[in-house]
Design a protein around this ligand. Sequence first.
Ligand code: RUB
Length: 323
Amino acid sequence: DYPGVDTFVEDTAEDIAKMEIRGAATIADAAAEALAVQADRSDAATPAAFRAQLRAAARRLYETRPTAVSLPNALRYVLQGIDGETVSELQESTITRAEEFQVDLEQAQERLGEVGANRLRDGDVVMTHCHSTDALSCVEAALDAGKHVEAIVKETRPRKQGHITARQLQEWGVPVTLVVDNAARRYLDDADHVLVGADSIAADGSVINKIGTSGLAVNARERGVPVMVAAQTIKLHPDTMTGHTVAIEMRDETEVLSEAERADITGGNPADEGLVVENPGFDVTPPRYVDAIVTERGQFPPESIVTLMRELFGDTTAEPWEA
Ligand code: RUB
């Protein structure tokens, strides 16, 4: 299916699918890295063969998880930037382009953090959901600016990414209160901000993020707590400008219910079809529940994000790995 694809690409793709590499920005960074390694180790005899291998590698990476648009955005960025007459020129330009992407990613996150930090006052309490490096960048910048910040961290079932957030915040000396997801509304009264990341942002300003984000945002609006979404511009989903929707990943039911637990419910018949477990990884928060989208280009009300999307992505064309 994926002719000439290097084992490093294969391993990266598996790690993304298994969520050993996870989170939209981290996935994008790993994908760019994998394309660079593919290029570096290529045994292609001709430029056409090299390009075909790179397209296959991009396709392999693309087909791992569907929701974080940072992944196709990273692949497109690298593939569209390669140039050269010979295999070695192509190799070099792929590696350069991938490195450029990775550097930009890091700088965007840092810049976004400074913008987000301006929204946080000294002594503020943020409530987080899942684990977002973009969201955490805002906290880090606030701490660097000498502000005291505390956090209420939602556990985030079923994968408990809240633990990763809690660990990072603890390392930074931020006092953390960890709560189960169901306790979020009760603790919103103690929060000054809801601070989350995004896997994709649609042209209408909808935010696609870890399952549970939309319920949290609705509750936050009801409690009068502003919702801030930290998302660098590689989270903008260009296909949504032409009417496409964002695919929501459905994950394995065993993340929710073990086989033993299933058997317990079904009275020993693990194949009982009367019990269906659904495990969507993400949900959609409508723009009216979002107060600000914080990017490396400044903060935007969700309704105006489409302007930035048009400027950065222009007209969408066929994906380079589909060629
Ligand atoms: C991760 C998730 C994160 C976003 C943003 O989901 O929903 O909030 O990806 O993260 P999963 P970042 O754990 O299923 O990958 O800001 O690091 O890009």
